[in-house]
Design a binder for this molecule. Structure first.
Ligand code: PEP
Ligand code: MN
Length: 332
């Protein structure tokens, strides 16, 4: 249940009330104080005159639910906006991992040359094998920061556990929570205490309900800037790396107020279908696309089989524009 308190109630009073009710309290951007809890189904006796409005839910999808906030949340990324009424699809490109200054500079220049704004690159890589490249860590993050400073790009990189979350929050413009880290309470908690946009990737074995509950951790802790990212789930199919759940995307668009970004690169795991999948995703009217691209994919240190060459990325970008336009969106 969400209780919206009267404007006359102070933050301190709200905090005391939240403790009493074993609930969370947050102050929204438009200065409403909300108390959220899953246990309550009715306004507690004695509080009636302190409550301006309330919402009852039958699941723990609350702050993210359209029944609470019917309009899609608007998120600022640098000087760009996604969500709200912006009708913009943020095309995020860059390599799976930051590998060297030369490599990430080439990717930064690609993004710049296309008039795009957002560069990705993993530094703390959540690998399945301890023998695989684990990322450059802090040094990689500093290379991304260098690209941000030199080219004026916004950057996105992932946190794989809570040991480095503070440095990712400090330096990255969007904090990516990887699919394997979707349940990491340390990361979710830290992300709830910043106002920077947080992109949560769906765990590949997670239901939609579990996915939105991860978002609720961040929202109920006080960060309203949450973006969901569908990147494929594990099914019985082994021909592709994962299965991109477009039905799930339709469900999220229908039931939640959160912007949704799609990542076909990690879903398919191969380059051959990425441009057509990206066009299919764009046709759904989405808030962003995350596509891996590398100056020389053959020698990529992670996810080599799915990264587009810069030429392929450029071609794909041009082919996305008319698709986005057809559904009233603009690629940014
Ligand atoms: C990535 O974006 O490079 C990545 C590791 O993604 P995921 O968490 O979706 O596997
Ligand atoms: Mn990757």
């Amino acid at each position: 249940m969400i209780l919206q308190l009267h404007k006359s109630i102070s933050t301190q009073e709200a905090a005391n009330l939240a403790v009493e009710l074993k609930a969370f309290h947050i102050t929204t951007n438009d200065n409403h104080i909300l108390i959220t809890s899953s246990g309550m189904k009715e306004v507690p006796v004695g509080l009636e005159n302190k409550i301006e409005q309330y919402w009852v839910f039958n699941s723990d999808m609350q702050l993210s639910a359209k029944s609470f906030l019917p309009q899609k949340r608007q998120i600022c990324i640098g000087d760009k906006i996604i969500g709200g009424n912006s009708m913009q699809t943020l095309l995020i490109g860059g390599p799976c991992s930051v590998e060297s200054e030369e490599q990430i500079r080439q990717s930064a220049e690609l993004i710049m040359s296309l008039g795009l704004t957002t560069l990705r690159g993993g530094c703390y890589k959540p690998r399945t094998s301890p023998y695989s490249f684990q990322g450059l860590g802090y040094d990689g993050l500093m290379l991304l920061v260098k690209m941000k400073e030199e080219y004026g790009l916004t950057i996105i990189t992932e946190a794989k556990d809570a040991t480095h979350i503070e440095e990712v929050i400090e330096h990255s413009d969007i904090i990516q929570i990887g699919a394997k880290a979707m349940y990491d309470q340390g990361i979710l908690h830290a992300c709830s205490k910043t106002t920077k946009p947080v992109l949560i990737k769906r765990g590949f074995g997670s239901t939609l309900q579990e996915f939105v509950q991860a978002a609720e951790f961040v929202l109920s802790g006080g960060n309203e800037n949450v973006i969901l990212c569908e990147r494929g789930i594990r099914t019985f199919e082994t021909g592709t790396r994962f299965t991109l759940d477009l039905c799930g995307v339709a469900w999220l668009q229908h039931h939640t107020n959160l912007p949704v970004i799609l990542d076909p690169s990690h879903a398919l795991g191969k380059t051959y279908g990425i441009p057509s999948l990206a066009r299919a995703c764009t046709a759904m009217g989405i808030d962003g696309l995350l596509i891996e691209t590398h100056p020389n994919p053959k020698v990529a240190k992670s996810d080599a089989s799915q990264q587009l060459t810069h030429e392929e990325f450029t071609q794909m970008y041009h082919s996305l524009k008319p698709v986005a336009e057809a559904v009233g969106y603009k690629i940014i």
